[in-house]
Write a protein that binds this ligand. Structure first.
Ligand code: F6P
Length: 548
């Protein structure tokens, strides 16, 4: 594919950008009050208001042309039918197959994957049911009360985020724990709060070679054996989720206690697979199935709907507009719902590990920006922390404000406060407050002219700062499934526009590789001399500090 910035539609967007870049959204709303209804879309239980963006019909038309010129339709089809679109690892990216609720088969290398997908789902269901109803007993015949998921990155964040998001649907007897950090403080804290007789450990690792996960798993195993005394009990308390049968066996977990998934499931796209075992145990088979249903709903919408009414495509193109034309280097995810507190973290991996790339699929260096820095936090708390920069700082930082419409479960009076803040923040980002407005307000409040003139510049809000408002009818498994799939597809579309491979992650390798020698050095097992002086110095400081 030609470089993005050489495409006709890209050049047209560059010309269009000059005409629109200084236009204020206030003006856009005044000229076209209908934009609130025009730039609004609803899919299942999810609504998006994208009217508070620096764009008009022409912008959207040109962005859609850009998507067409990048063969988006064909590329969506290629992903869904199992083509090996992850070209550097020669793998398909078939997370859509994991929630394929239709009866259509999907093939990889001429083999229908649906049979295996459904077989593993049935095994997960049997196992989850046994834990939930108390049929699965520990080594002293007690029912399981605590589940510890040991995994990191994609083998942690999806399950953690979903369990927290859907806490209201969780089994009241089950306490869920997630251990990802190799800093022993985390695991130790969990071990201090559980009992070996009533705990199930899920060792979740696609490769089953991840240092942090295996270290934590070995320590947990040792702790368990210290209490249980006999290796035969491991089978009652440890299960594995992986694509690597041999490594699981070598760890000491029996194959019948392993839940399989496949290399065509990317780590960060894997919560729909056996990596979601913790989710299924906690929520139950029916709710897990509803989660898949919600994702499937978004998958069908993404596949079938034209570009103009396609939620993930709209979100993706708006993102491209800011990144490649307005030079916005970051994007904020701000949920206004306590259930979604891990959502920014989850999207951070999903987006940045997928699209944080610097070469096109053919290896040529990109001539344009790719993924923004994704960051964020609970919106309501962030208003009292970093929103200052979003309102008055010098960077353009587009933001997704995410909330649920349903008051259900909230304490009286709380939900209205929450939602009024979502709407007010989006309004403030868009409108801002001019010098004249600020000045007049102060004079009307009795301030003297001289003081008002001094203070006014500090109280000006330039506005014209973009936001998307994403409203879920309520937080439930279907809507959470749709929301996650929405972002997955948004990220995919952006990867297509930038012509990058969204499904590999070579950038995480170098650090892992270098840590091997340094670890041997810190343990005093080996000495290497080819470090830069800073690394050498740091190693020396560590060794000296711990030598006495
Ligand atoms: O180091 C990055 C990474 O490979 C992620 O892509 C992945 O989700 C995570 O580590 C965990 O990998 P695994 O599931 O193989 O332990």
């Amino acid at each position: 594919m030609a470089s993005l910035n050489e495409l006709e539609s890209f050049k047209a967007l560059e010309r269009h950008f000059i005409t629109i870049k200084d236009m204020h959204m206030r003006e856009m709303f005044e000229k076209d009050p209908d934009r609130a209804y025009k730039y609004f879309i609803k899919v299942g239980g999810i609504k998006l208001d994208y009217s508070k963006n620096r764009l008009n019909d022409e912008t959207l038309k040109l962005l859609r042309l850009l998507a067409q010129e990048c063969s988006l339709k064909e590329k969506i089809k290629a992903m869904y039918k199992g083509d090996k679109i992850n070209n550097t690892e020669e793998r398909a990216a078939l997370h859509t197959a994991l929630r394929n609720k239709s009866s259509f088969s999907i093939e990889v290398d001429g083999i229908d994957v649906m049979e295996n997908v459904n077989a593993v789902l049935r095994r997960m269901e049997d196992f989850s049911r046994a834990i939930r109803i108390g049929d699965w007993l520990g080594y002293t015949n007690q029912i399981i009360t605590d589940i510890v998921n040991i995994g990191i990155g994609g083998s942690d964040l999806g399950a953690l985020m979903t369990c927290k998001a859907l806490r209201n649907f969780g089994h009241p007897r089950l306490n869920m724990h997630f251990v990802s950090n190799v800093d022993g403080v985390q695991l130790q804290g969990v071990l201090e709060s559980i009992h070996p007789e009533t705990t199930l450990f899920i060792v979740a690792s696609k490769t089953f070679s991840t240092q942090e996960t295996l270290t934590n798993a070995f320590t947990a195993r040792k702790w368990f054996l210290y209490h249980a005394l006999d290796e035969k009990y491991i089978a009652k308390h440890f299960v594995a989720v992986s694509t690597n049968k041999q490594a699981v066996k070598a760890f000491g977990i029996d194959e019948k206690n392993m839940f399989e998934f496949w290399d065509w499931v990317g780590g960060r796209y894997s919560l729909w697979s056996a990596i979601g075992l913790a989710i299924m145990i906690y929520l139950g088979e029916e709710n897990f199935s509803a989660l898949l249903e919600g994702a499937y709903l978004m998958d069908r919408h993404f596949y079938c709907e034209d570009f103009e009414n396609n939620l993930p495509i709209i979100l993706a193109l708006i993102g491209v507009w800011y990144i490649n034309f307005f030079d916005a280097g970051s994007h904020i995810i701000a949920p206004y719902d306590q259930h979604l507190r891990y959502f920014p973290k989850f999207i951070q991996q999903l987006d940045m590990e997928s699209n944080g790339k610097q070469v096109q699929k053919n290896g040529a260096k990109v001539q344009y920006d790719t993924a923004p820095v994704i960051w964020g936090d609970m919106g309501i708390n962030a208003q009292h922390a970093f929103f200052q920069l979003l309102h008055q700082g010098t960077h353009l930082s587009p933001i997704d404000l995410i909330a649920s419409l349903s008051k259900k479960g909230n304490l009286p009076g709380h939900h209205e406060i929450l939602l009024s803040n979502v709407f007010a923040q989006a309004q403030a980002f868009m409108r801002g407050k001019t010098y004249d407005e600020v000045y007049k307000e102060m004079i009307n409040n009795g301030m003297d002219k001289e003081k008002a003139e001094k203070l006014a510049p500090h109280k000006v809000f330039s506005g014209n700062r973009p936001s998307n408002i994403i409203l879920l009818d309520e937080i439930n498994p279907v809507n959470i499934g749709s929301l996650i799939a929405l972002y997955e597809h948004k990220i995919f579309v952006q990867g297509v526009i930038w012509d990058i491979n969204s499904f590999d992650q070579w950038g995480v390798e170098l650090g892992k590789e270098l840590a091997k020698n340094i670890l041997a050095e810190l343990k005093g097992q080996q000495e290497f001399n080819d470090y830069d002086s800073s690394t050498k110095h740091l190693i020396q400081i560590y060794k000296e500090f711990n030598s006495h």
